[in-house]
Design a protein around this ligand. Sequence first.
Ligand SMILES: *[C@@H]1O[C@H](CO)[C@@H](O)[C@H](O)[C@H]1NC(C)=O
Ligand SMILES: *[C@@H]1O[C@H](CO)[C@@H](O)[C@H](O)[C@H]1NC(C)=O
Length: 342
Amino acid sequence: MRVVALLLCGLAVAQASQIKTEWEAWKEEYGRNYLDDNEESYRQSVFEGNLNFINLHNADFENNLVTFTVGMNQFGDMTTEEIQSYMLGFKQDPSSSTDNRPVPVFTADKHEKLPTEIDWRTKAPGAVTPVKDQAQCGSCWAFSATGSLEGQHFLKTNKTVSLSEQNLVDCSMKEGDHGCFGGLMDNAFRYIKINNGIDTEASYPYKAKNGNCTFKPDNVGATVTGFVDIKSGSEKALEKAVATVGPISVAIDASQPTFHFYKKGVYHDTKCSSVHLDHGVLAVGYGVDTSTSSTWDNGKGKKYWLVKNSWNAKWGDEGYIKMARNAGNACGIATSASYPLV
Ligand SMILES: *[C@@H]1O[C@H](CO)[C@@H](O)[C@H](O)[C@H]1NC(C)=O
Ligand SMILES: *[C@@H]1O[C@H](CO)[C@@H](O)[C@H](O)[C@H]1NC(C)=O
């Protein structure tokens, strides 16, 4: 009895000091300083909870129970609720819509033959800009909108122009957006059309907070003539759009901790909703991961959407995430997708 008790105790001490070491290393890496000891000990307890979640999930991965890994990142000392309230921002607000004109809808035939995989980063180098960082501001919708417009602009002009999210954050209120408090990609496209353009990133840099509109016509980097919605819920139509049009703006449910700490593999969480969308991102391709058989689609490899996020390149798989494709519109990726016309 005594030996067992001592061993257990020794183990517990070892774990506590290991967690302390990981906490110190994490604070150093992400430059965190806290007001006082109370704040720090609370943040350390949040970190430990997240670390525990990560270790349990990755043990499930080792046992082939899940198809992706998670890992520690910049959200280490944040609760799920904090991440949801600071880092997302796709917000449906029908009351603010001032424009009910019908929008063209992009459809696909069920039997249409499409490439088995596509990645716009390599298919048209320059069509996809480097991964950006929305920071603690619910402006995902602006990053999603600039992403698909950067792609369309490049495919039309052969010029890579990084576009200004801050321009959208500051100036598209009239179209129904709320800056760091959320918005919609389609409202951003409406604004760019009405405004006769959007400024370049270089001329109107990102500040991660709401500000006064300082759009300057001389600094316009791209224009749009309208936008197209992908048939809601149709992964086939989204596939055709990604294959034939270019990178497409998509909205997803990114509320789960598995998403916040995603690292590698094909993301599939059955808790993900297809209707409660809270995050705007960019589909830049799709493919099939054949490293192991899938738990969906008859074990023929894991089909995925290749998605560019706006949580900086340290997050996820170099800023990207592979999300389950043809798994019943998982996370609602085909529910509210669209792209601008240039
Ligand atoms: C596009 O631009 C690249 C580099 O500027 C150039 O090498 C290529 O020939 C251009 N392609 C077209 C179709 O203009
Ligand atoms: C916006 O403009 C108003 C009026 O000129 C000014 O009072 C305010 O400080 C400005 N806000 C920012 C964030 O610059």
